[in-house]
Ligand binder design. Structure first.
Ligand code: PLP
Length: 457
């Protein structure tokens, strides 16, 4: 394709996008007035647009890409699966790829999780977890356990059940009349502690607030649902060590289930294969999606223990069945990609390399720790949130309408990196495959753009 052809193709695609598409989490009025970057291809940890420009994929194509793009082993596994079958249902039938995927997944997940229920998105995995938790108590004769506890600032996806659990005012308040009530506890957000306390003197007072909710309502609570270690979508809010363990203990004391949503944190992002490993916690239910397929295809899973699974067993006429399913549940192509991705974790010793990479990224971000417009840098493994502030000493936030995070990310494109902000937080969530020099380059671009954008009032 020559340059003129390339430009003509690009112009057509932009025009067609503007005419037909409705993009998620996007003010379309703004979108229609801007020329979008159109991704056409990818190669390793780089995305390539329709004009031939290359960008570091700094947020792993929305937190899911793991080994880079066009990974020969995953490509081959998907192609091989295509020679057999692309899709077949798990309703009333089993399939080779879903069985192999479940077996492989359970080799990696915390011991004690033994059952895998497949779906196709993080939100559906959470929806399934909450329905399973609810029905589990109903089936055990504990019919009063109909309530849920979650954290403020939580994000569990965009279906109505997961939005009910969610605690992000901006995204969720419009839907309030449609949602069921959930007890939301103060989040462990140390930089802006909702209780006005400080670590370590606070002795995790925020966990004490969760305990208070349970003391008041414990007998009615079916489950506590949480993102372990990092609340991603609210701005990479990192939890103090021991917080997840405290949540486990509270649930145990009050007979509630613990649901850990590892959709964002799973598959190595926090430096361990799963974030619950930091505190050595076994949840009763765990949700995974995003990185499960290496970021290739839509796949999610809700994992649980034999104890929860067994409460659903009974003769057909007992109607203890879990009446839930999705058409693409356990899709074989996605499962084949997932098996190949998990094999790469083993063959390339991906998790073992993470401490070195996380340390390199932290070192590269070090200069920003004293930047007058950077209030906080939160990092667990390769999940990073850089919180921009108008005034470092008062921690004054930039007003919403200034879109500071967005402006930094737009500037980053000109320097060859794709970033996506969360309000005033600049997020870095690179594929685990990024090399140390690539991580340093990504951090360098982010810092240069923060400098550039915040220099103008
Ligand atoms: N749970 C968590 C913790 C997430 O971060 C997300 C997405 O960012 C979801 C659930 C929803 O996943 P999906 O977008 O695949 O529905």
């Amino acid at each position: 394709m020559n340059d003129a052809e390339r430009r003509a193709r690009h112009a057509h695609l932009v025009e067609a996008d503007h005419r037909h598409l409705w993009h998620p989490f996007t003010q379309m009025q703004d979108w229609l007035g801007e020329e979008p970057l159109v991704v056409d291809a990818a190669d390793g940890v780089h995305l390539v647009d329709t004009l031939g420009n290359r960008y570091l994929d700094g947020v792993s194509s929305l937190w899911c890409n793991v080994h880079g793009h066009r990974v020969p082993e995953i490509d081959a596994a998907v192609k091989d699966q295509l020679t057999r079958v692309a899709h077949t249902t798990l309703l009333g039938l089993a399939s080779t790829a879903s069985i192999e995927c479940a077996e492989e997944l359970l080799r990696w997940t915390p011991k004690g999780l033994t059952r895998v229920f497949f779906s196709d998105a993080g939100a559906t995995a959470v929806e399934i977890a909450l329905k399973m938790a609810f029905q589990h108590h109903q089936l055990r004769g504990d019919a009063g356990r109909t309530q849920f506890v979650a954290l403020r600032g939580a994000y569990h996806g965009d279906t109505i059940g997961s939005v009910s659990l969610g605690g992000m005012e901006l995204f969720h308040r419009i839907f309030r009349p449609l949602l069921f009530d959930v007890h939301h506890a103060p989040q462990p957000y140390c930089y802006r502690c909702p209780l006005g306390k400080r670590l370590p003197e606070c002795d995790l007072a925020c966990a004490g607030e969760v305990e208070k909710i349970f003391e008041a309502h414990g007998k009615k609570v079916a489950a506590l649902v949480m993102e372990p270690v990092v609340q991603g979508a609210d701005g990479m809010i990192t939890q103090p060590p021991g917080y997840v363990r405290r949540m486990r203990e509270i649930c145990d004391r009050h007979g509630a289930l613990l649901v850990c949503d590892e959709v964002a944190t799973g598959f190595g992002r926090t430096g361990k294969m799963f974030a619950v490993e930091h505190d050595g916690v076994l949840p009763d239910l765990m949700t995974v999606a995003k990185g499960i397929s290496g970021g290739y295809l839509p796949l999610a899973a809700t994992l649980t223990t034999e104890r929860v699974f067994e409460s659903f067993l009974g003769p057909f006429e007992s109607q203890r069945t879990f009446f839930h399913g999705h058409t693409y549940t356990g899709n074989p192509l996605a499962c084949a990609a997932a098996v190949a991705s998990m094999k790469l974790f083993r063959d390339k010793r991906i998790v073992e390399a993470l401490p070195g990479k996380a340390a390199a990224l932290a070192r590269a971000l070090e200069p920003a720790r004293v930047h007058p417009r950077v209030g906080d840098i939160r990092q667990r493994g390769l999940m990073v949130g850089i919180e921009l502030v108008r005034d470092r000493s008062t921690r004054e936030e930039y007003p919403f309408e200034l879109r500071m995070g967005h402006r930094v990310c737009m500037a980053a494109r000109k320097k060859g990196a794709i970033l996506r902000p969360l309000g005033n937080v600049v997020v870095l969530m690179p594929p685990l495959a990024m090399t140390e020099p690539q991580l340093e380059a990504l951090a360098g671009i982010a810092l240069a753009c923060i400098e550039e954008v915040t220099a103008t009032p």
